[in-house]
Write a protein that binds this ligand. Structure first.
Ligand code: AMP
Ligand code: GLY
Length: 437
């Protein structure tokens, strides 16, 4: 079978790498891809990005399955267009993708279906938003309603910051249409985790848990980013929390979308805030896998991803299980100078290692410039390694990181710190981590 992956980031490199391992697949195309997918084993790039050009390509080439990486094409309706053309594609419809493309839609949906989430109100008028902030006080969270590539959320510690965020979005229109409405919500405390499932409209198959590091700098300081590193599994997702997430969040979300007449097929990502006694609230839904969470998750997936996706398309996800490598996978993102505000492009990347058994360097913002790999985007590479515990996975990932060089390269030195703290707190003996959750 031939497969098409839509997208160009680290998530798409990991998806293509994993799909290409299926014995049933002999070719994976990535549109438009990056330097890592340009010349992988059985993987190559195609330059098309418009939906109509992709549909023509899939028909001409006899591609049997298309997998969508990022949210933008989903929100634009790529699944609706492929389906109308009679082509097999994995992802939610445009209406389903509203769970991510409109925070107001997602919040309404959660309230309607009893899914726990932070208290909120939605505004398109700045004066009422300012009044609400005065009434609620700080800390408080201001979110652009629409897609903002991870830049639409301000966790305001003071009301002055909250007022400024409202003015930035509603008065100065700095986020464009995405910020024409804002959701203002209660600031939650706890530990975040990413919980991603495959959904087939009726059933959900959970993938291994993971945890992202959203802030740019060590010790969770600096601006929010798309994610500077991740690992799987997330110790905070204990078996009890896992069961609770399925019962309180995932099952009602799948049933709720179905009841609302928008059966949801695709990856569904719940960003969770988990409190001390395991109580949980949904921070956001995404209609795709996370980046960088995908990289450690797929590094641990032993099952054939093509088979799992086919079960999702055939609505038989209740008849399969995913098998996981019990080791920990940990990913460190190497970002360009100036990321996230103003990443510099064009720097040459040196020292990229050959593939290894216990690590993989996934590409994100890279391209080939006459055989030379160069930086083209904010998050450049995602170095992912396996280890028998967080410490060894972390050590291995940073050994690989140290071989790689490009001007302005920035990365966090503490990916995995929460998991290490959790381990220290439990004072558990060093050894293999608990089986995948
Ligand atoms: P979102 O895109 O909605 O996940 O928000 C991005 C980041 O902002 C999250 O990963 C959290 O770190 C933070 N955040 C979002 N909503 C809240 C909230 N209600 N309380 C505290 N932090 C939040
Ligand atoms: N890493 C967070 C996300 O993909 O939304």
């Amino acid at each position: 079978m031939k497969i098409l992956v839509i997208g160009s980031g680290g998530r798409e490199h990991a998806l293509a790498w994993k799909l290409a391992q299926s014995p049933r697949v002999f070719k994976v195309f990535v549109a438009p891809g990056n330097a890592g997918t340009a010349a992988g084993d059985g993987i190559s790039n195609i330059p098309h990005t418009s939906t109509s050009a992709l549909i023509d390509f899939v028909k001409a080439e006899g591609v049997g399955l298309t997998v969508v990486g990022p949210e933008a094409p989903l929100a634009d309706g790529v699944v609706d267009a492929f389906t109308a053309a009679g082509l097999r594609i994995f992802g939610p419809t445009q209406r389903g993708a509203q769970l991510e493309s409109s925070k107001d839609f997602a919040k309404n949906f959660m309230v309607r279906h009893g899914i726990p989430t932070a208290a909120y109100a939605t505004f398109s008028d700045a004066l009422s938003a300012h009044d609400y902030i005065e009434a609620q006080g700080a800390p408080i969270v201001i979110k652009a309603d629409g897609l903002a590539a991870g830049k639409g959320v301000v966790v305001a510690l003071t009301s002055a910051e909250a007022h400024a965020a409202v003015d930035m979005m509603l008065v100065d229109n700095r986020m464009g249409a995405a910020g024409a409405r804002v959701v203002i919500e209660e600031c939650l405390e706890g530990e975040e985790a990413s919980f991603i499932v495959l959904a087939d409209g009726r059933h959900a198959l959970p993938l291994a848990s993971s945890q992202d590091h959203k802030r740019l700098l060590d010790a969770d300081r600096g601006p929010n980013t798309g994610g500077m590193g991740a690992y799987s599994p997330a110790p905070v997702v204990t078996p009890a929390v896992h069961a609770r997430v399925m019962r309180e969040v995932i099952d009602p979300a799948i049933a709720g979308m179905r009841a609302d007449g928008i059966p949801y097929t695709g990856f569904l990502y719940a960003g969770l805030m988990i409190g001390r006694s395991g109580e949980l609230k949904v921070l956001e839904f995404n209609c795709r896998m996370g980046d960088p969470e995908t990289e450690p998750i797929l590094m641990r997936l032993k099952s054939d991803l093509v088979t799992l996706i086919e079960h999702a398309l055939d609505q038989t996800l209740d008849s399969v299980d995913a098998e996981w490598d019990p080791r920990v996978a940990l990913s460190v993102v190497l970002a360009a100078e100036g990321y996230p505000e103003n990443p510099r492009k064009g720097d040459r990347i040196e020292g990229l290692p050959d593939a290894g058994d216990d690590y993989h360097v996934f590409h994100a913002g890279t391209a080939l410039d006459a055989e030379q790999v160069v930086v083209t985007g904010g998050r450049v590479l995602c170095v992912t390694a396996l280890g028998h515990n967080v410490r060894t996975a972390q050590k291995r990932a940073y050994e690989i990181v140290e071989r790689i060089r490009f001007d302005g390269m920035q990365y966090r030195h503490d990916i995995g710190h929460r998991a290490l703290n959790a381990r220290a707190k439990r004072a558990s003996p060093v050894g293999p981590p608990p089986a995948a959750r």
